[in-house]
Design a protein around this ligand. Structure first.
Ligand code: DTR
Length: 335
């Protein structure tokens, strides 16, 4: 009996010690701009669970989806100044700020999110671009190839004439070349713009049909395979520096894995979302002709040249980075 009591006391002491260690750990805040259901937030929650598990609770993460802490446009500044420790940014919402990462938003026809995300991660590791030097990059990923979702059918490119469509990044320029009226805004403002009729549709990946319920108003979907949007999860540099080495290692080890996990999640979710939209709202999906796809490609060519000029101005070896990106794309898409 005595032995049992001693054991019990020891166990209680140990539990207390563990609890105290957890309490002595660090808590970080993680801000995100779109609603909790969307893939940037789904990956955030997965990251939180993995980090808390792998650090044995030494690092705990408090998540803030839906722009509750920082919004799409003040995310970068908010993380730099420490309003949030961690933030998720869509780099296409910051024109001119990410000349290196913009390469991933070029019209090079990525076919999967997994390949695009891993390509982005490898490029970042290799070049460590100056534009991300004053923050710690925790992971990188992209959205899936972008398609048109609209209230009126776009059966052929000619149907786009004068149509106001929400987009951002390079897609805006492609839309104007196609005769549409591209309206730039972050994804989180799109529900209101659609509802008010400011836009008649949007260009993004099909996950949003389900996650924002856009399938209800945008019953027509056109496959265009326009560019992916790059995302970066960044941490305040001083906060990063203050973390213990073992925690830093867990976060570093998770970077690539998280990128791949998110890519795979989104690739699956896109299919599920489209099927759901067909079942729920009988949405129609239109395919363009080969000649129309060629036209889209043609409109993308000057964007690549424009990127090269902008990249060169930022001291980026544009030709080499582009060639590396295409080689990585081929490697990951072959898998
Ligand atoms: N940055 C994007 C890409 C995107 C695709 N799905 C979502 C969901 C939530 C936020 C962003 C995105 C865009 O603006 O279209």
């Amino acid at each position: 009996m005595r032995k049992l009591l001693t054991l019990l006391a020891a166990a209680m002491a140990l539990t207390g010690l563990l609890a105290a260690t957890a309490l002595a750990g660090t808590m970080v805040t993680y801000a995100n701009f779109p609603p909790a259901k969307t893939f940037p937030c789904v990956q955030m929650e997965r990251w939180k669970v993995e980090v808390e598990k792998r650090t044995n609770g030494e690092l705990t993460v408090q998540t803030f989806p839906g722009s509750t802490l920082l919004g799409p446009k003040n995310m970068l500044r908010g993380v730099q100044t420490g309003q949030a420790d961690i933030g998720c940014i869509s780099t296409a919402y910051y024109p001119g700020v990410f000349p290196f990462m913009d390469v991933v938003n070029l019209p090079v026809a990525f076919t999967t999110t997994e390949a695009a995300s891993l390509t982005m991660w490898d490029l970042y590791l290799k070049y460590q671009p100056a534009e991300l030097k004053d923050v710690k990059v925790l992971t990188l990923f992209t959205s899936a190839p972008s398609q048109i979702m609209s209230k009126e059918p776009v059966k052929a490119l000619d149907d786009l004439s004068g149509m106001p469509l929400r987009a951002s990044g390079t897609i805006l320029q492609i839309l104007s070349g196609l005769g549409a009226h591209g309206v730039g805004m972050p994804m989180s403002q799109t529900p209101e713009a659609l509802q008010k009729g400011v836009v008649k549709g949007l260009v993004s990946s099909f996950d949003v049909l389900k996650d924002f319920n856009f399938a209800e108003s945008c019953r027509y979907e056109t496959i265009t395979n326009l560019p992916v949007y790059p995302f970066a999860v960044i941490m305040n540099k001083a906060k990063w520096d203050s973390l213990p080495d073992d925690v830093k290692k867990v976060l570093d080890d998770l970077g690539r894995e998280q990128s791949q996990w998110t890519g795979q999640y989104l690739d699956n979710h896109i299919k599920e979302s489209l099927q759901w939209s067909k079942d729920q709202y009988q949405v129609e999906v239109f395919e363009l002709t080969g000649a129309e796809h060629d036209k889209i490609k043609e409109l993308g060519t000057p964007l690549v040249d424009e990127w090269k000029v902008a990249a060169a101005k930022a001291d980026i070896d544009a030709e080499t980075v582009l060639a590396d990106m295409l080689a990585l794309k081929a490697k990951y898409e072959a898998k």
